[in-house]
Write a protein that binds this ligand. Structure first.
Ligand SMILES: Cc1cc2nc3c(=O)[nH]c(=O)nc-3n(C[C@H](O)[C@H](O)[C@H](O)COP(=O)(O)OP(=O)(O)OC[C@H]3O[C@@H](n4cnc5c(N)ncnc54)[C@H](O)[C@@H]3O)c2cc1C
Length: 422
């Protein structure tokens, strides 16, 4: 056995799991078909979301639901032919979105959210990645005073979570972000979160740190895994690798390896797009901007101003569809002078999302030496380092810094009784 643990998937989650295991003296190899951080961990909006204490639930507000159902909303779009395939997952998501259940999930995830900045801070410092980080929060802008007042009421209702935020009137907003047009009448500035100007580079930087500490990175497309007498075998297009233990951290692709072993995990996929734009003239942004009423984020990135969309429900391998980006681009141009696009084609990424809005972190209950970390949905960049820490603590027998029970795979049942949703 040359390697104690093989971590499958070098997105932010797999990289952080591998790094934390290596820091605990394990011999660890990380495998990916790409270089680290080239899928969802590259294309996200770059928010290290200390302020997102409530998971993204299905709203119970009738006008919003009707807007979603009409399929004209910029925030959520669905391919009608795909809906029957994901109906079970959507229903379970709806069930978990009821206020009392949602608040229970929020409190279960809270220890991870509370630790997210500190865990990133340590890795950022050790990996020398300070240049990628802004510690000035993000700004939620409003197109009407009524929308702003409603958002202030929602923010006030989060008092128990002790978040830092301040109201910006039009004058204060102009001072913070001079390039925003008059269409933005005010804002809430959430000051706790960090933003990352190149999330892919952050993930690669953490992967470099893992290698510097003695971990190895292997390139290979994983075809399958097999339990052997002494551990696990992973077949890839670059050869077979063996280890005593495996961690599956393949984001939305994790279930493909779990299904043949008898696990039916209800993982759904929320697609999302981004496109970079050059700003017009001297316009720029110092913060990431969320236009909650429409449903997109504008973030200043190394590559340009990154416009990221909300959720698209369609088959993971369906070709990119420009509708949602076109909708948000038109609305974003009302707020900010976006110039020419940097790329010809949009980037499309997949978020792996569990219907109860919590990631899956822990052991695969039917198999010795098999561990998992996926399902981080909208918050994988935020939660990568804390996930790495929690799983490594569980795997090495340390006392976990947070209760891992809410993230156990067993919550979906030990036997193949639940539908997998692609
Ligand atoms: C538009 C958008 C905006 C987002 N914004 C934010 C945000 O602002 N803040 C935040 O916290 N989160 C955000 N997210 C979510 C975040 O990006 C994800 O939760 C996170 O990147 C998940 O990390 P991961 O490591 O689980 O998955 P991934 O980054 O998808 O990594 C999975 C890895 O597995 C590898 N892989 C898959 N199959 C195979 C195979 N067969 N063989 C070998 N390797 C394989 C892939 O190459 C990939 O590197 C956003 C997501 C999207 C799509």
């Amino acid at each position: 056995m040359t390697t104690e643990t093989l971590v499958l998937g070098a997105g932010i989650v797999g990289v952080c799991v591998a790094l934390h295991l290596r820091e605990r003296g394990q011999s660890v190899a990380l495998i990916d078909r790409n270089e680290p951080g080239e899928e969802a961990s590259y294309g996200n909006a770059g928010l290290i979301e200390r302020a997102s204490v409530i998971p993204y639930a299905i709203p119970r507000h009738l006008p919003t639901l009707l807007a979603y159902a009409s399929n004209r909303s910029a925030a959520v779009r669905y391919a009608p032919w795909h809906l029957p395939r994901v109906a079970g997952w959507v229903l379970r998501y709806w069930h978990a979105s009821r206020h009392d259940r949602l608040m229970r999930s929020a409190h279960e995830i809270l220890p991870l959210i509370e630790a997210c900045l500190g865990e990133h801070d340590r890795l950022i410092a050790e990996a020398g990645l300070e240049h990628l980080i802004r510690r000035n929060g993000w700004i939620e802008v409003f197109r009407s005073i009524a929308a702003q007042e409603a958002a202030e009421a929602r923010a006030s209702a989060l008092a128990e979570f002790d978040l830092s935020w301040k109201v910006l009137d039009r004058t204060a907003l102009s001072a913070a972000e001079p390039a925003l047009t008059e269409r933005a009448v005010g804002a809430i500035h959430w000051t706790d979160p960090y933003t990352v100007s190149d999330p892919g580079a952050l993930t690669k930087g953490y992967a470099d740190l893992f290698e510097k500490k003695g971990g190895s990175f292997l390139r290979g497309a994983i075809a399958g895994i097999r339990k052997t007498r002494t551990g696990w075998q992973v077949s890839t297009d670059s050869g077979i690798h063996e280890a005593a233990r495996l961690v599956i951290a393949l984001g939305p692709h994790s279930v493909r390896l779990l299904e043949p072993l008898g696990y039916r995990v209800p993982l759904g996929i929320k697609r999302g797009y981004h496109m970079h734009f050059r700003p017009e003239g001297n316009a720029g942004l110092s913060h990431a901007i969320l236009d909650e009423e429409v449903g997109y984020v504008l973030a200043p990135m190394e590559q340009g101003i990154r416009l990221t969309t909300g959720v698209e429900l369609d088959a993971p391998d369906a070709p990119p569809n420009r509708i949602q980006l076109q909708r948000v681009e038109r609305r974003a141009r009302e707020l900010f002078p976006l110039g020419q696009p940097v790329e010809d084609t949009p980037w499309l990424g997949l978020r792996s999302a569990m219907p109860d809005m919590k990631p899956v972190i822990g052991r695969a209950p039917l198999h010795e030496g098999l561990w998992v970390a996926f399902g981080h949905a909208h918050h994988g960049l935020t939660l990568g380092p804390v996930t790495g820490r929690l799983l490594a603590e569980m795997m090495t027998g340390e006392a976990p810094f947070a209760d891992p029970a809410p993230f156990a795979m067993e919550r979906f049942g030990k036997t193949p009784q639940l539908n997998t949703v692609r």
